[in-house]
Design a protein around this ligand. Structure first.
Ligand SMILES: Nc1ncnc2c1ncn2[C@@H]1O[C@H](COP(=O)(O)OP(=O)(O)OP(=O)(O)O)[C@@H](O)[C@H]1O
Length: 462
């Protein structure tokens, strides 16, 4: 993988040329540019993915001006100042002004290579950091309950009312209606908000493992327990645990859960000692628990423990006025998730979505918006795109039902893939083609050709 650019700006042209050739040989992953003056250096910083600027402090004209200007454009830039004398005062001045380091003349090859090498290493770490951040964004961090229908307003008031009570809350509603989001909102508005929020989807865990997931186990507690495990109730210590889809847990686990909720302490599998915990337990279900109470498959005493307070999340069909704002919010989030510019939804699409059936509720809408974000070519989502998506075809589906010849179908897939890929990478490098070339492993020229062919304007991403 290539590093970012190194820019050299020195009044001593001879030294600049020597430094460029030395760095070119010893730090071959970083392109080196010699700037003729401060203005040109700043242009490089603005237009290219510059990681390191080695600048003559005297060329900076008025003191550290170039430093301030360069850092204003690229706050992560490492500026190495070349000073005329090695004095503590100089060093302190430069570092205070935001320089990464300084080198006193005459600059020997060793210190130059070391200092620039360290700055490049820092650039790599920053880049990696940005990459991880991009990956992580789109998590549940700032999600809020969107919607202005009376049902949604009532839901938000209910969340606010129960948030601080610290009792159990049973959150009911159809699948995909937003029960987990409500649980997160309760946690986020409670005094436990700085503690962890943990959710466990109970039916997804095999019955014999659920107890150890919840209460933890000691090493050797059962075959396969090769090391001690804490259990989710303790992992959510100081915070909130959501038991998602509580309806189907076995009577044995129900009994253990009830005891632990009553005593506020638990005993890990294979352990003798009990451990006290301070975790708020919320539960959700899309089932008719009353019917389960009646046929004895759910314990009444546990039901009352979990259901001290109860919140109902209505299905999307009962709050259709929320559909347009939800659709736009979910589409924007999906675009951000994959690093594309935010798209708009055409009015006739909003009209259609508002009348459509939503058996999978908000989750179904989220899936559709994610697909539309990827497969919509322009800035606006049209009915044509929606029809393609709903026909289970994210591609050029003008002739539904027709099987295209292999070559044509492959090209169509490739064209879509390339367009999505280019948009994604340009968004992540904010339209910087050199950085995009580096990240993609393509040459700048090849990338530029692809961009041209796809009819994408890079300026749109700056
Ligand atoms: N009012 C809302 N505003 C914004 N996003 C929402 C809203 N309701 C649901 N979502 C989003 O829709 C998706 C499905 O919601 P969630 O997982 O909370 O549903 P659920 O009822 O817990 O589903 P399940 O019963 O299948 O577990 C989530 O990504 C959630 O963030």
């Amino acid at each position: 993988m290539q590093d970012g650019v190194i820019v050299l700006l020195d009044r001593d042209r001879e030294f600049a040329r020597h430094a460029a050739s030395l760095l070119g040989r010893k730090r071959p992953h970083a392109p080196v540019k010699i700037a003729a003056n401060a203005r040109e250096a700043l242009e490089y910083v603005r237009d290219e993915d510059v990681w390191v600027l080695v600048a003559d402090e005297r060329l900076a004209e008025v003191g550290h001006d170039i430093l301030a200007q360069a850092l204003a454009v690229a706050p992560d830039l490492a500026v190495i100042l070349l000073t005329d004398e090695a004095s503590l005062e100089k060093a302190v001045q430069a570092l205070r002004a935001g320089a990464y380091d300084f080198l006193a003349r005459p600059v020997a090859d060793g210190p130059l290579l070391n200092t620039v090498g360290n700055a490049l290493e820092r650039g790599r770490l920053l880049e990696e950091n940005r990459r991880l951040k991009r990956k992580l964004s789109g998590g549940h961090g700032e999600q809020i309950l969107v919607g202005e229908s009376p049902a949604m307003r009532r839901l938000r008031s209910a969340v606010a009312a129960v948030a601080d009570a610290d009792y159990g809350v049973l959150i009911r509603g159809e699948s995909g209606a937003g029960k987990e989001l409500v649980a997160r909102a309760i946690h986020g508005q409670s005094r436990r908000k700085s503690g962890p929020f943990v959710a466990i989807n109970c039916p997804a865990i095999p019955e014999q493992l659920l107890e150890s997931e919840l209460f933890g186990h000691l090493k050797g507690a059962f075959t396969g327990a090769v090391r001690e495990r804490k259990g989710l109730i303790l992992e959510a210590q100081g915070g909130t645990l959501l038991l998602d889809e509580i309806g189907d847990i076995s009577l044995a686990t129900q009994t253990k859960l009830l005891r632990c909720l009553q005593e506020r302490e638990l005993r890990p599998l294979g352990g003798e000692q009990t451990v006290r915990f301070d975790t708020r337990i919320l539960a959700s279900t899309n089932q008719n628990l009353e019917a389960k109470l009646a046929d004895g498959s759910f314990r009444e005493d546990l039901f009352h423990r979990l259901n001290v307070l109860s919140i109902f999340v209505s299905p999307l069909r009962d709050r259709r006025e929320d559909i347009p704002i939800l659709a736009q919010t979910l589409l924007s989030a999906a675009c951000r998730e994959i690093g594309l510019p935010v798209k708009e939804i055409a009015p006739e699409v909003l009209g259609y979505l508002a009348t459509r059936q939503w058996p999978g509720n908000v989750r179904e809408m989220q899936n559709i918006m994610r697909r539309l974000a990827v497969f919509t070519e322009g800035e606006t989502v049209t009915m044509r795109a929606v029809r393609q998506i709903e026909a289970g075809n994210g591609l050029d589906g003008e002739d539904q039902g027709r099987i295209a010849p292999y070559k044509e179908a492959k090209e169509s897939v490739l064209r879509h893939f390339t367009a999505v890929y280019l948009r994604q990478i340009l968004a992540s490098t904010r339209g910087n083609v050199s950085a995009a070339a580096r990240e993609s492993g393509l040459s700048r020229f090849a990338l530029q050709e692809l961009i041209k062919k796809a009819g994408i304007r890079t300026s749109q991403y700056r």
